[in-house]
Design a protein around this ligand. Sequence first.
Ligand SMILES: [Zn+2]
Length: 261
Amino acid sequence: MEEHTGACFLCGKQMTHGMKLKKVFSNVFTDWNQAKNPSGTHVCPACCFSILTTKERYGLRTFSNVANEEHLWLPNRVEMREFLLRPPDPPFVVNLAVSQKKHIAFKGEVNYSRDIFTVMYEEMPVLIVLKKFKKLLTIVEHFLYGFTKTEITTGEYSQKRILDFGIDAWEAFEEQVKPYRGTPFLDVVMFVAQRIENEEELKCFMVSELKINLQEQQPYLSTPSTEAVTGKEGPAESTCGGKSNGSPKSAQSEQLALDLF
Ligand SMILES: [Zn+2]
């Protein structure tokens, strides 16, 4: 880092200290078109941080990350799910590392709203309307009870699993997911979706949200013996009223939270 007055090559922000370009970028760096100030000769401390920490244990390049003005988090997928459902104080950025190979930290878009925001799915900006996101995530997490992520993503389902799940039920779920198939929005949902584990919860969701008549359903979803099977979780919570939007593991770990500067 040396004294330098001017705008950062990468982000365009004014700085008093910075690093020369050739000290920051390696020969294999290819994102030159990302420069906000292409004639700049130096990179600011914040950009240096996001690029040069890739060799450290918590390299930004290989981890999904969430950052606001106070913190940088490197969440796992369960924690990332929480962040998407309850974003931090704006302004914030959210980057999902998919290949874990590309530089994504400095490409994130800055968000000023918690209701509508953009996350980077690798290098693809994806607009998240929180209400819509919650709805699709809930559907997918219940759908995952009977199907794999690949099936839901591709639309190619195992016939046997459809029969096991119940054709009507499968259809009702599929109808909700279909419009999003092939969109990066569904990719983001899939990235963080956690399968629900409780069959009673699935049944409640089918009845209350998808208006499925379980009496007419054939296979395992309506067999009386399932009552006994699901009883192991404790019978007290089998009412459909208290629908929880919370995560299976809601404790958001901050152990990876690092102070930014
Ligand atoms: Zn910068």
